[in-house]
Write a protein that binds this ligand. Structure first.
Ligand SMILES: Cc1ncc(COP(=O)(O)O)c(C=O)c1O
Length: 444
């Protein structure tokens, strides 16, 4: 079936195309099943959400149980146990460095909430100073990175690098300054983690030295720039960014929508770097892919500037489904399961994927470039371009088609091929993904 024949607008798809649409009727563990009864291994956890595979009994049971007592109540003027228990647990897991959890329902919103909180933090600071400053802070600019992706709503798009995803809307941008993203696989200074002095961050330091007073924050995906090509960078860079933002008094905002919930091997990627940011947005795997739920972690320092009786200093932001009780129950089951049982599995998955990637790179030294693994993310560039670069490079689509024939669902980003399996994937399925990659690469 082609998209024209559906009633639903199929996103991220060229509308007038012959692209095949699979009609999925059911799912279980790492498998998706079509109407025709064909089975596919979901090698990307359905856009990185189904971190325990599909319909995990722990999550399904939590949802079922919650539907027996409370479905939803707006969070303005109300609170409920699922939201409170989940917030408490997340704050504990984040080592009590944060004070509040602000819920929303997708990653873009979680990022926008962080941006708005950062801007308002400074505006409130002016009013709360003693005596109140007549001049409101005009810190509203953000430092952003060329290969970052923070979502498709206008604010989230605005702090993303200008790429194929958003370039049509670039004139809508509010003030940001974009810097080249750190890329430790292809360091432009030809350094390695041992001799690196984070030279790539010097232009940011220079900008903040000159114009620091106009910035509200720096927004970055920690350790991996996901959707723009699974670009890895060293924790050292993140530590240096923490220092720079601290020195110049701008908010350090981490987008853990992809990296959070264990994807890099720790619950949050910032824990891998041993740093504490000011704001953290996360979503994706929060409910194990069962329901939409996102969260923004807020530090005590920021929250203090909202702890006032003055209504004009309040944060007027909410989404209708904020803190939905069923989604929070799914989130609670998911966070408990990850922190108590599954997280060590990500570390062993990392070892297994490293071995498969090494084999693949040995087998195809010319074609498999920049093989890299971090936590439950394995990626490489397929050294074969047909015409266009980046996301629209048709090689990705060609590879995807071949993999589908082998019963494996991957979704390359242009010529960047990546595997982000559910953490609970069986060894047999993981092997099948890499065997399918081998056979697809050979046949191209
Ligand atoms: C790092 C990152 N931030 C934000 C988003 C946007 O999340 P959502 O699609 O839930 O709005 C994504 C989505 O892929 C992402 O990878």
């Amino acid at each position: 079936m082609i998209p024209k024949e559906t009633f639903t607008w199929i996103p991220l798809t060229v509308q007038d195309s012959e692209e095949e649409l699979l009609h999925i009727v059911s799912a279980r563990e790492e498998y998706l099943y079509t109407k025709e009864g064909k089975e596919y291994i979901d090698g990307i956890s359905s856009w990185w959400t189904c971190i325990y595979g599909h319909r995990h009994p722990k999550i399904m049971q939590a949802i079922r149980k919650q539907t027996e007592v409370l479905d939803h109540v707006m969070l303005a003027g109300f609170i409920h146990d699922p939201a409170e228990s989940l917030s408490k647990l997340i704050l504990e897991i984040a080592d009590s460095h944060f004070t509040k959890v602000f819920y929303s329902d997708n990653g873009s919103n979680a990022v926008e909430i962080a941006l708005k909180l950062a801007i308002q933090y400074y505006k409130n600071s002016s009013s709360l100073s003693d005596p109140p400053s007549q001049q409101k802070s005009d810190r509203s600019k953000f430092i952003v990175f060329s290969a970052s992706y923070h979502g498709d709503s206008i604010g989230a798009m605005n702090v993303s690098g200008v790429t194929y995803f958003n370039r049509i809307f670039k004139d809508l941008r509010f003030p940001v300054r974009e810097f080249s993203c750190p890329d430790c696989t292809n360091c432009s200074f030809r350094k390695n983690p041992e001799n690196c002095n984070t030279e790539c961050l010097d232009p940011i330091k220079e900008e903040l030295k000159q114009n620091g007073e106009s910035y509200a924050g720096l927004v970055i995906e920690p350790l991996i720039f996901g959707a723009s090509g699974m670009i890895f960078y060293h924790p050292k860079v993140l530590r240096e960014l923490r220092e720079i933002t601290e020195t110049f008094g701008v908010m350090f905002i981490l987008d853990e929508v992809f990296t959070g919930m264990g994807r890099t091997g720790e619950f949050f990627a910032f824990q891998k770097a041993g740093i504490v940011p000011d704001l953290v947005a996360f979503a994706k795997g929060l409910t194990g892919g069962a329901l939409p739920l996102a969260a923004t972690l807020v530090s005590g320092k920021i929250y203090e500037n909202f702890l006032t009786k003055d209504p004009y200093l309040s944060f007027f932001h909410a989404h209708t489904m904020t803190g939905n009780a069923i989604a929070c129950s799914a989130g609670l089951a998911s966070v408990e399961f990850l922190s108590s049982v599954v997280l060590p599995r990500v570390k062993s998955l990392e070892g297994q994927m490293q071995a498969y990637m090494d084999d693949l790179a040995d087998r195809f030294p010319e074609r498999v470039q920049n093989p890299r693994v971090m936590g439950a993310v394995a990626a490489f560039e397929l050294n074969e371009t047909i015409g266009e670069d980046e996301y629209l490079n048709p090689i990705g689509k060609a590879l995807r088609k071949k993999l589908m024939e082998e019963g494996v669902l991957l979704r390359p980003l242009g010529n960047t091929v990546y595997v982000t399996p559910p953490y609970t994937i069986s060894e047999t399925s993981l092997e099948k993904i890499f065997l399918a990659l081998e056979s697809a690469i050979s046949s191209l």
